[in-house]
Design a protein around this ligand. Structure first.
Ligand code: SF4
Length: 234
């Protein structure tokens, strides 16, 4: 996770600490991360960040320098980015898109009805627009949601439809777990059979790769996804 460990947003499901003004980005971070990827001989790396609404570009330049540094340090490596919404700023989003990550991820997290409770500083349409921009630029585009926050399965199906229409071809769903008593309670534990039904629906819509099970997380190591992504980057 880059750009620090304090976030300018305060999503009600997330254990990352919140401050109005986090520390400035570490200018050495892109190189350090690239060196770490090289030292560990990684072939696939997932990079994510906090949201930095305090920075004029939302941290997009730092993001791009990080992906570029990893690409340079480890030829052939596949980089999956899990980016914030950059407040929907097209220039910021495009700065990351131009680095051509193997996977461009941005999480919808939940269904639109629950945004005010779950992601109060986010916007469902804005997040869909981020995904659409990536897909229209030709990137393999991915999104993830948590189940068990009070959504209905019909709402999940509509969100799957929206994600597919935006151009996403990888979809993940996992069970929400409450990080502490200060976070949103779990509304319900979704059964493995319901996760299977979500997977079947997403596959029927046309997604190229779907992971849907209670313990799935958006950066969950999934060999099937790696195979799918490699197939998109022969
Ligand atoms: S924007 Fe991301 S890191 Fe920040 S609180 Fe929300 S989920 Fe957590």
């Amino acid at each position: 996770m880059i750009l620090g460990n304090r976030c300018t947003r305060n999503c009600k499901f997330c254990a990352v600490g919140h401050v109005e003004k986090p520390l400035p980005p570490d200018p050495a971070e892109p190189e350090n991360l690239a060196n770490a990827a090289a030292a560990m001989k990684l072939s696939f790396v997932v990079v994510t960040s906090v949201t930095r609404d305090d920075l004029p570009d939302g941290g997009a330049e730092h993001w791009a320098r990080t992906v570029e540094a990893v690409h340079e340090a480890v030829p052939g490596i596949l980089v999956e980015v899990l980016v914030p919404d950059f407040k929907g700023d097209p220039a910021a989003i495009d700065r990351v898109i131009r680095t051509r990550p193997a996977v461009f991820g941005h999480n919808l997290e939940t269904v639109p009805r629950l945004y005010p409770d779950v992601r109060p500083q986010a916007d469902y349409a804005r997040s869909l627009a981020v995904l659409r921009r990536s897909a229209e630029a030709g990137l393999v585009t991915k999104t993830s949601v948590m189940l068990g926050l009070g959504e209905t399965l019909e709402e999940v199906r509509r969100t799957i439809d929206d994600a597919y229409a935006a151009g996403c071809r990888i979809f993940y769903a996992g069970q929400y777990l409450q990080p502490s008593s200060r976070h949103l309670p779990v509304a319900r534990y979704v059964t493995p059979e319901e996760f299977d039904a979500v997977k079947a629906y997403a596959e029927s819509v046309g997604f190229g790769f779907v992971a849907s099970a209670p313990l799935v997380r958006s950066s969950y190591h999934e060999e099937g996804q790696t195979a799918y992504v490699r197939g998109q980057h022969p």
